[in-house]
Write a protein that binds this ligand. Sequence first.
Ligand code: EPZ
Length: 419
Amino acid sequence: MDKIIIEGGHPLHGEINVSGAKNAALPLIAATLLCPGEHTLYNVPDLRDIRTMLVLLETLGITYHYPEPHTLVINSDNVEGFEASYDLVKTMRASVLVLGPLLVRLGRARVSLPGGCAIGARPINFHMQGLQKLGAKIELESGYVDAFVKGRLQGDTIYFDFPSVTGTENMLMAATLAQGKTIIKNAAKEPEVGNLIDMLVAMGAKIEGRGTDVLVVEGVDGLRATATTIIADRIETGTYIAAVGTAGGELTLRNCNPAHLPSFLEKMRAVGIYIEEKESSIIAARSGPIKSVDVKTMPYPGFPTDLQAQIMALMTCTTGLSVIDETIFENRFMHVAELRRMGADIRVDGGRAIVSGTGTLTGAQVMATDLRASASLVVAGVAAQGVTTISRVYHLDRGYERLDEKLRRVGAKIWREKE
Ligand code: EPZ
């Protein structure tokens, strides 16, 4: 396993190319199961989770190749397998995204229940209830979801208790080939859902309501393979902006979409970070003091839960009081104990964390526990006095393409060593 070492205190200056979004690439790769043919995906990020998803799809019968970096061609002519095994699903719960496509392609899907993960129990009851509403027979046995449908799924109205992102994505993919009309109410509105809708429509699906919380899908008899571009990773974008907030300096983030970070960018301005939005780039700069702000994570377009750990690291570098409410996941404060090791003063009470900014942090040996918690340790490390060593960085490699390399190129003293 690798570890990352950071000597803090060096402001960041330069340009960073943002990669394609992990949370768009995963559902769009799953969508290639919906019909045979050669599917092309552009701007695919080179991440551990993408490689895991492709291993899973290979076990189902697809083949793939990269004709050039970040361009992925998937051939899904021969999809025979219908089982997503526990040993794969336990490493990445987004594997649940094959449930809907396999069910409509083969009439059968057997997907291991994901099991919990560091940030919460993360059940998939909304996914199962939605598919049952469309006529699937779902059985749970020995830790697997067994789904069957005789003939086609039948369109119906699905109401999500919570706007689940992958729940919405699974139902969208299943509904494209159902008989009749499906209405998804309280649907997730994240940009990654919009990217999936664009791909499905290009494949011949009939979907209305993109960008709203009511999606209407008119089932079609078949789809055809097409080419789609993955949107920029808004969470990677926000992570670098938080890093320039803690370390200081000025960064230009290229190939990103400011429109996908409405509440986060406003929050950064309130903190005192200069933000200039352009068509496909953002300039973020910080030279003066930063102010503490309160944060409440919400479904899109609210403040993203995937940037909560990163703004918490930023808040530890202010000299004020910041209240951070995590409303999406029940256990997404794993980074608190590690930030405390760096001198942070953070009190946790249920889903609320109260950060008393200490002005600066000190470098320490810390451990990554989950993807975004490890990103927050990098955001803290680039500003901390002294050296920070982060172990178990495979968590980081799940969702960030060459984060240490990209930061080194803009002046961070950050490098990787074998643990
Ligand atoms: C997606 O996860 C993202 N992952 C997560 O990003 C992100 O944090 C999350 O959406 C929220 O925005 C991918 O897109 C691959 P949810 P997802 O279903 O779909 C509860 C990252 O760091 N829930 O929107 O799994 C659930 O427990 C990852 O990149 C149910 O109760 O999240 C949670 O409390 C982390 N039953 C809430 O809803 C269900 O059937 C939101 O979950 C489904 C979800």
